[in-house]
Design a protein around this ligand. Structure first.
Ligand code: 6PG
Length: 249
């Protein structure tokens, strides 16, 4: 198993800048007629990254070459404050020149299992090559303090072994219905980037990165990409308890 690459940043701005550079690099590696496909995450950490990108990368990234998808969505309408789509729209997508037909939102207002199937077909149609499992260029993931990622919570860790690409889940506390990418799709991404900030996440980050006892029951520890190693972008607070020898920078 490839060891994760861990980058630790002084603050969330430096982390966001690095993420923007990753996106730029992904575009630079593509042929002129190719797109970069990115699956966005929800949550407050990604929001801060999106806001930074809209301020500092609106011109330096050719947004017309990016196709935006989501790794998960809350089952709410697109104008609901809980919507991951609405969060990304307000913090980034309406502020950069990305063609609307390159933004593929999960329809949170639809029936969850029907929408999981519809969105799976859409992702296959957009990204699948010769019938292979679709491959995102960049899968952005957050990390919950219970070890969930995307919307794969510990109570539905079986979603990592699903033969489907998208499934449905229920938030273990609020009961909110979710649609989420499964392990099959997540681990097939070309690059998987965890973005985690804040002291509250330090313990769970350490548990997962250092494979501490019990971490095998945490969904985020099952993110084991087939292509490249996982990239962890952490601020100093979230990285405050990991073994310093593990740090890449
Ligand atoms: C969601 C996310 C979820 C999130 C983590 C971290 O829809 O909420 O996909 O996986 O990334 O819960 O969220 P915070 O960054 O807000 O802690």
């Amino acid at each position: 198993m490839k060891e994760p690459r861990i980058h630790i940043f002084e603050n969330s701005e430096a982390l966001a800048h690095f993420f923007g550079s990753l996106l730029m690099q992904s575009c630079a590696l593509k042929k002129p007629d190719e797109f970069v496909s990115i699956a966005l995450s929800g949550g407050s950490t990604p929001r801060a990254v999106f806001e930074y990108l809209s301020e500092h990368f609106s011109e330096s990234i050719d947004w017309s070459r990016i196709k935006v998808f989501w790794g998960d969505e809350r089952c709410v309408p697109p104008d609901d404050p809980e919507s991951n789509y609405l969060m990304a729209l307000k913090s980034l997508l309406e502020k950069v020149a990305i063609p609307p037909d390159q933004v593929f939102r999960i329809q949170g207002e639809a029936n969850p299992s029907a929408e999981a199937a519809r969105y799976e077909s859409l992702v296959i149609q957009q990204l699948s090559v010769e019938g292979q499992t679709p491959e995102f260029d960049l899968m952005m993931l957050g990390l919950g303090d219970d070890g969930h990622t995307a919307s794969i919570f510990p109570n539905a860790i079986h979603l990592f072994d699903s033969t489907k690409l998208f499934g449905t889940a229920l938030h273990p506390v609020s009961g909110q219905a979710r649609i989420t990418a499964t392990g099959k799709l997540i681990n097939n991404a070309k690059a998987i980037v965890f973005i985690v900030t804040g002291h509250a996440k330090a313990d769970i980050v350490t548990q997962i990165i250092q494979h501490l006892p019990g971490s095998e029951h945490l969904p985020a520890s099952l993110v084991l990409p087939c292509k490249e190693e996982v990239l962890w972008l952490l601020d100093q607070a979230a990285a405050s308890t990991i073994n310093t020898k593990l740090q890449s920078t």
